[in-house]
Design a protein around this ligand. Sequence first.
Ligand code: ACO
Ligand code: OAA
Length: 375
Amino acid sequence: MAEKKVGGAGLRGQVAGKTALSTVGKSGSGLTYRGYDVKDLAENCEFEEVAYLIFYGELPTKAQLADYKGVLKGMRGLPQALKEVLERIPADAHPMDVMRTGCSMLGNLEGEESFEQQQDRANRLLAAFPSIICYWYRYSHDGVRIETETEDDSIGGHFLHMLRGEKPNALHEQVMNVSLILYAEHEFNASTFTARVCASTLSDLFSCITGAIGSLRGPLHGGANEAAMELIERFSSADEAEKELLGMLERKEKIMGFGHAVYTESDPRNAIIKQWSEKLAADVGDEVLYPVSVRCEEVMWREKKLFCNADFFHASAYHFMGIPTKLFTPIFVMSRVTGWAAHVFEQRADNRIIRPSAEYVGPELRKVVPIAERG
Ligand SMILES: CC(=O)SCCNC(=O)CCNC(=O)[C@H](O)C(C)(C)COP(=O)(O)OP(=O)(O)OC[C@H]1O[C@@H](n2cnc3c(N)ncnc32)[C@H](O)[C@@H]1OP(=O)(O)O
Ligand SMILES: O=C([O-])CC(=O)C(=O)O
């Protein structure tokens, strides 16, 4: 894979620390978690196995997986004080703000008092994020106080069950599983780097994750899956999509869901989620959104050599499963909390405060003029 242009703004291409968690744009299909190709993991594992791998370094045995799922299942409940806070957040709030507040509030109630608790608190967040977003969503939109302590086997199934009030079918649970695997970890992306900067001050896990959620929220990062949905649902046919896209490119508008800071020719996660989006399109009898998405992909490559990143086909896939657009980025949080937390642990294990330097471009040294003399 060709290397991207290094240096300049955005710390692009500069090594800012070490990690044993993942490689991006290097070996395998282009993305590995602890040495395993993400394609291999998405084909052969459940998300909980991958979370275990990211946290503990190795894939679990059957018994270890059963234990780990049991631990997570036991952590799905929300304390009353957190429920009360969620009930006060209005329905028109941004769901990523709900995630941020939910994480921060949990930190007030069940804070990390010593780093020895870090794995327990990371597991708690992994188990609680679906409960947090669904509790708020169902209360603010449907007026119901849902039960978050379900017996669902998987995190994806737990999320869809709470969102809809009924258990998902096998296809939907499987797509959630794949999606959560694809989003779990991605080296020094903006939100993970945020978490590591926070960790480098020896702050607590909840602060690191709360900061990371804020970074993921933006449309240049995790927010792109929602922005991609807003784009594709504007078009009623592939031809219309092509015409409008060409206009947007001419006006030099950014097309969300395309391009990447590290990959140069493709994002390995795209082919995987695209396949599932196609399956879901067939499942719901879609004849518009999937062909529109494929045409966008073709036009962007033909015109600009820009390719779909992980977010683009996630938009149609989630939509076909009936997930409201505004919950797309919170799902990213439900997954990426594994990568964020594991990076926090790595930073703590070999820490030096992250404090780069700036190139000064302001005025030369000057004297304060007394306020009475300033014109
Ligand atoms: C899970 C994730 O977070 S994946 C990323 C999700 N984000 C998006 O989809 C947002 C859209 N994409 C982008 O904004 C960018 O491609 C980023 C933020 C992902 C990467 O940014 P960079 O590393 O700065 O991009 P890169 O150096 O490849 O940009 C090269 C040129 O292509 C342009 N370009 C890059 N992506 C796009 C795009 N999606 N639409 C239009 N033009 C683009 C840039 O504006 C730049 O043009 P310029 O040289 O005239 O300024
Ligand atoms: O690596 C990045 O810059 C963004 C990304 O794809 C991710 O965080 O999954």
